[in-house]
Design a protein around this ligand. Sequence first.
Ligand SMILES: N[C@@H](CCC(=O)N[C@@H](CS)C(=O)NCC(=O)O)C(=O)O
Length: 363
Amino acid sequence: MTARDAFDLTVSRVIRASRARVFDAFVKPELLRRWFGPRGFTVTDATVEARVGGRYQLSVRARTGETFSVGGEYREIAAPERLVFTWKWANEPMSAMGETLVTVTLSEHHAEHGVETEVRLQHSGFPAPEARDAHSGGWNASLNHLVELVDPRGTAATLALLGDPRSSYVRTVRMALTEKGLAYTHESVAPRSEALLAINPFGRIPAFRDGDFALYETTAIVRYLDECFPGPSLLATNARQRATMEQWVSLINCHGYDAMVRRYVLQYVFPKGADGKPDRAVIDAAIPDIRAQLEVLDRAYGPRNVLAGDTVTMADLLFAPIVFYLGMFPESKALLAQLPNVTRAHAWIAARPSFRTTMPPTG
Ligand SMILES: N[C@@H](CCC(=O)N[C@@H](CS)C(=O)NCC(=O)O)C(=O)O
């Protein structure tokens, strides 16, 4: 490998769309506006003069309000297979790296499901490996966006959830995806399966992919979805409401899941006691903890149906799948019958499409 090779970046994707459609997305400003930039960024300006020697300029705004502009000149335009343009940032410190070159090559194949295009994007001439690496995330994230724009499956072409649908944590993420109105693919895989371990070395479900980007831990996934996609916010908006949401998220993750699911529900679902029966001692020890937690949550709800703020948040999405299971087993069912606020709030969230369409298989 030469020193020069080390400073080039190559990113590729196979997209279920024709080459002409993908090519258009690179040169038509109305399309560029819809995919250019990482998740959570908005294109504020896309000016394109698509001819050799013509110039382009793209500006994006981050959620923080910071804006970044990049521009350059077209060196080659061979529709629909090759596009070469220069690339120079207007903002410090990126502008210091000078002018680099982007070469996009598109090749079309006919696959079983229809036509597909392989996009190969080479960004070359970086003065240092750090500059090259700084562009990898941005291009990969932008190409995820591009896939969603041109692939008829939309976000389901990039967003994939892995995990057994009976898991309460998997259901939390499914509910979040539904609340945000996002299409996704769902692969029902068991904890510690090979597919799972490829993303999460701890083998727990759920795991998640957004194109090349892989993630695990439920709250991290929900936060990512919330930050990167439009749709209603699942994280309460003002400081006190958000902190209250965090309090319940933390309580459910650190104590609630342990008592209600691990030490109780799972004793019924995967009995480990004598004669293949639930272990009575484990269940009896969990009940007082569950009662104490549910009583606190019942008071927290008061007359409201959500745990923080005025709308559904990640705290409700974590709790609802657990309450669903508590309603199935005798001791917790009896406890819920004494807790009118938890019961009412659960009935409210259970009527939402995000809950109804994510029912786990029973049995
Ligand atoms: N902290 C993790 C917990 C995930 C978790 O415990 N998932 C359960 C299923 S609900 C699991 O994978 N259990 C199998 C195991 O612990 O080996 C998250 O928030 O995603």
